[in-house]
Design a protein. Structure first.
Length: 406
């Protein structure tokens, strides 16, 4: 199997990388610096590992999609019912396509099918219709392109904000003798957090002529444009959004070990990442969060991290050889977040570590909605696409940040 070969190849390249890096470190130890050829060899093997990991991830995704397409396709019971549902879905999709292209109103059954299929709230706004196939692809791609959305808690709400009560401390207690006077003890306190939703939008335009005569799949074209826009905007906001007209990202919170703040550990150097920095960040996260903790870093940091060893001379980085599991660092999985800083620069929040599901809350108010507007620009159709989403940290002790030294 080609995937298995790629996984074996990744393991072989990683072993070669470790040997080459050991030789490079030996040169630094004996000569004070590594030769250009040693550095070049290590960097080349590191780049090869990165390419193999990306290829394995791609092949694994394709394999999963193929399995999903063939799942349930046998001759067992229920085949006729599935075929009937498939035919009905195809008819509904055809009516949706006619609406997108010609503005022809679909049947009531199709409208109800669209709403049910996408779980879109029925607010009675009027004047819009969600295309199930377009919206399903948009939601799926946004989910896959944002590591925070994959890792965080996600909740759909029916209002414009989600309120969460935060436990700030513990109850007081003490030892007492049989006849001792018992006074009142301190009570724990609660703090309320509100995570509002914000509106994300895109407005692709197509001429009526193209809609009438197009031989391409118009819905796929539109979904591709909107998917890219929504994915980039959401991913960036969940990492660094200010909270003003957009979700509040993890990096936007103040630096402190307190409520409404995130604890940061300052690195030992502003020029290079050290193994002790990563060990220290991992160690300050409380034990209950360690089991599901994840590293978040820019992919460009990988070349530095792969070269690091712990105090026992063991490599801290291990590639994901299963084809499913991600690479690990100090035993915890690593996810790549392109919205984190790409360069290791002074006074920069470089790496995030923590239980993101416990730490970050994403709030979805409503599914993707499409307003077909043939009036604003004569001869063109505007597909005004919106989604209401919010986000914010809900558990401030469940996540830590490595900040580069000033």
């Amino acid at each position: 199997m080609e995937l298995e070969k790629k996984i074996d190849e990744l393991g072989t390249v990683f072993e070669s990388f470790k040997k080459a890096n050991d030789a490079r470190l030996k040169e630094i130890e004996t000569k004070g610096a590594a030769s250009g050829s040693a550095n070049e060899k290590v960097d080349k093997l590191s780049a090869a590992m990165t390419a193999l990991e990306a290829d394995i991830e791609k092949r694994t995704t394709e394999l999963k999609m193929a399995m999903n397409r063939t799942n349930g396709g046998g001759e067992g019971p229920g085949k006729d019912a599935k075929a009937e549902r498939s035919e009905k879905n195809a008819q509904h999709a055809k009516e949706i396509a006619l609406y997108m292209q010609k503005g022809i109103e679909p049947s009531r059954e199709t409208i109800e099918w669209a709403r049910k299929d996408m779980s879109v709230d029925s607010d009675g706004d009027g004047g819009f219709l969600v295309s199930p196939e377009l919206s399903a692809e948009i939601v799926l791609q946004v989910y896959e392109s944002s590591p925070i959305r994959q890792l965080a808690s996600v909740q759909t709400i029916g209002s414009d904000a989600l309120e969460i009560l935060e436990d700030l401390d513990q109850a007081s207690s003490g030892w007492v003798g049989e006849r001792d006077t018992r006074g009142s003890t301190g009570s724990p306190k609660l703090q309320k957090i509100a995570i509002p939703v914000h509106e994300l939008y895109a407005e692709p335009v197509a001429s009526q002529k193209i809609l009438d005569d197009a031989s391409m799949n118009l819905e796929a074209w539109l979904s591709g444009k909107v998917t890219d826009k929504f994915a980039r905007d959401e991913a960036t906001a969940f990492i660094s959004g200010t909270g003003v007209l957009k979700p509040k990202g993890i990096l936007a919170y103040a630096s402190a070990k307190a409520f409404n703040s995130i604890e940061r550990l300052t690195s030992s150097s502003n020029s290079a990442l050290a193994s002790d920095d990563l060990i220290d960040v991992q160690s300050i996260l409380k034990e209950p969060y360690q089991k599901n903790a994840t590293w978040l870093m820019n992919r460009l940091f990988v070349a530095q991290v792969r070269k690091l060893k712990d105090s026992y001379g063991q490599y801290m980085w291990q590639p994901g050889l299963s084809g499913v599991a991600p690479p690990t660092l100090l035993g915890a999985p690593v996810m790549f977040a392109a919205d984190l800083p790409a360069a290791y620069a002074a006074t920069t929040d470089s790496i995030i570590y923590g239980d993101i599901k416990q730490a970050y809350q994403i709030v979805d108010r409503i599914g993707v909605r499409v307003l077909r507007d043939p009036f604003t620009v004569k001869g063109s159709i505007l597909f005004y696409t919106t989604k209401r989403v919010g986000g914010g940290v809900k558990n401030f002790e469940a996540v830590k940040i490595l900040r580069t030294k000033t």
